[in-house]
Design a protein around this ligand. Structure first.
Ligand code: XMP
Ligand code: MG
Length: 179
């Protein structure tokens, strides 16, 4: 697997300490409340598992799986729910946890969808954010790292379902793409 990687962008240690900072901020912001943390499958599995273990505020977890239709690697904003939540959102403080926000279209759709279910609040935490996300009108409360516009893998993120198990975030060598 080593020869497939071009470089390590964010190390395991950097992820760990940044998640600790985000968790501390979340504990401050949600003081006296219960959180419903919603992980977006499959990419957010790692960040969800590591982030919730650093949060001290009482919380429950639920999962959603969505697929966004689009040409190639670009999402279109047309989203289909593959797996819905099992939790009633009425009156709940929802914190969506994502791996990465690229165009922001998927998350923008997801946020309105969850907001329509009567929650007390909906906020967003993402490990990574790409510059294009700034062009969509979506406010993200907790961002781990802003990164350049290149394709990344590892720590939940995949290329053709591979590399999710890497403990760090990296970029792929061109030959992996057939280059
Ligand atoms: P939006 O709607 O924000 O879509 O454009 C975000 C989704 O696109 C995928 N994505 C990536 N997956 N490496 C990946 O493994 C990347 O660099 C990357 N950029 C976007 C991902 O599924 C995310 O949820
Ligand atoms: Mg994803």
């Amino acid at each position: 697997m080593g020869e497939d990687l071009q470089k390590i962008l964010i190390t395991e240690e950097q992820i760990d300490s940044r998640l600790a900072e985000l968790a501390a901020q979340i504990d401050k912001d949600y003081e006296g409340k219960d959180i419903l943390v919603v992980g977006v499958l499959k990419g957010a599995v790692m960040v969800m598992a590591d982030l919730v273990r650093k949060i001290h505020t009482p919380l429950t977890m639920d999962w959603m799986a969505v697929s966004s239709y689009g040409s190639g690697t670009k999402s279109s904003g047309v989203v289909r729910i593959l797996k819905d939540l099992e939790t009633d959102l009425e009156g709940r403080h929802v914190l969506i946890v994502e791996d990465i926000i690229d165009s922001g279209l998927t998350l923008s759709w997801l946020k309105s969808n969850l907001e329509s279910r009567g929650p007390a609040s909906v906020q967003i935490a993402t490990l990574l954010r790409k510059p294009e996300a700034a062009t969509v009108d979506i406010h993200v409360e907790y961002v781990g790292f802003d990164i350049a516009n290149e394709f990344v893998v590892g720590y939940g993120l995949d290329y053709a379902e591979k590399y999710r198990n890497l403990p760090f975030i990296g970029t792929l060598a061109p030959h992996v793409y057939g280059g």
